[in-house]
Design a protein around this ligand. Structure first.
Ligand SMILES: [Zn+2]
Length: 146
């Protein structure tokens, strides 16, 4: 459930997205807030500026949370973001331990505004393969000789 307090923070994330455009960057903004609504960190999309396909604000904040917050604190934060996180960012958010995500535009709503946003071709994955060879370094790491 999205509360009025959530909406206020979500509006700030939308404001970050709007400001990003004035800086020449793509219109995506996010912030990470603690349970009291205090903004701990904020970011906007700098994919073009940094020539870095991973420079999405959600992923930047997930990395920040994993690095700077202990797991208990990370679990009590909420990521507010101007658009629904993409698959890449979802993975980072999961691993970061961030407790909750609140977004404004859904992926479908974004694609309606920018069809390129949904134009990622499927990449074929082949595997598993070479189990015994691939297993050795992993097993040596996780299952040291006893
Ligand atoms: Zn993303």
């Amino acid at each position: 459930m999205i509360t009025p307090a959530d909406e206020a923070l979500l509006r700030r994330a939308i404001g970050i997205a709007a400001r990003a455009v004035t800086l020449g960057d793509a219109p995506y903004g996010s912030l990470l807030a603690n349970p009291d609504g205090i903004v701990l960190a904020a970011a906007h999309n700098t994919v073009r500026r940094d020539d870095d396909i991973t420079a999405h604000p959600e992923l930047k904040l997930a990395r920040w949370a994993a690095r700077e917050l202990d797991p208990d604190m990370a679990a009590r934060t909420t990521l507010y973001t101007s658009c629904q996180p993409c698959g890449m960012c979802e993975g980072g958010i999961l691993r970061s331990g961030i407790g909750r995500v609140v977004y404004a535009l859904s992926t479908e709503q974004l694609v309606a505004l920018n069809p390129q946003s949904g134009a990622w071709p499927a990449v074929p994955y082949d595997g598993p393969a070479l189990h015994d060879e691939a297993r050795d370094p992993v097993a040596a790491y996780y299952l040291p000789a006893r």
